[in-house]
Write a protein that binds this ligand. Structure first.
Ligand code: ADP
Length: 169
């Protein structure tokens, strides 16, 4: 049995990280000794808002002071990355029933790839359950305000990309 520190890997695109992701991170912190936020380097995906390195920088800023959390990037199979960092648990967020089917499928596939891997699901606070990175980007690109949907540092970075007035702050 693995008696080392309980390390959780929370994988995703985090393009950008939003309040729903953050809620999940803070829910899993008391349950694990360490949380590794793992940003997927999706080489095939071209339409990202922030480049991976900037996403990492942003998440580091958002999680500043939380010494049990760290940010890394990975590519390839999640189970290989988990093995590399010594984690046996992956954390995923379940927003609604619609998330369940893919998440369930992925959990079983990861277990097949590495039977030692367990997937743990957390559910966010209701008011965050409808937030997705896709929607945040869409609202922003259509000129809407993303305040309250993303941490202030993310909103500032988004505005900076647009070159808006708050971007300089
Ligand atoms: P993807 O997995 O498609 O790249 P994300 O990177 O946004 O999407 O999501 C990473 C994980 O965070 C997934 O488990 C996803 O279900 C979860 N998640 C995303 N948005 C929320 C939210 N609003 N509340 C809780 N969990 C969320």
């Amino acid at each position: 049995m693995n008696k080392g520190p309980r390390i959780a890997v929370y994988p995703g695109s985090f393009d950008p990280i939003h309040e729903g992701h953050l809620d999940i991170i803070h829910r899993c912190r008391p349950v694990f000794d360490r949380v590794v936020v793992a940003v997927l380097r999706n080489t095939g995906k071209t339409s990202s808002f922030f480049p991976v390195e900037e996403r990492v920088e942003i998440i580091e800023a958002v999680l500043e002071g939380f010494d049990d959390c760290r940010v890394e990037t990975f590519e390839g199979l999640l189970v290989h990355f988990m093995d590399k960092v010594g984690a046996r648990t992956t954390v995923r967020g379940l927003r609604a029933v619609s998330d369940f089917e893919t998440e369930f499928q992925m959990a079983l596939m990861n277990r097949r790839l590495d039977p030692r891997v367990e997937t743990v699901f957390f559910t966010p606070k209701e008011e965050y359950s409808y937030i997705s990175s896709r929607l945040v980007k869409e609202i922003f690109l259509l000129g809407g305000d993303v305040e309250g949907l993303v941490p202030p540092v993310v909103r500032r970075r988004m505005l900076a990309r647009r070159g808006g007035p708050a971007g300089a702050r």
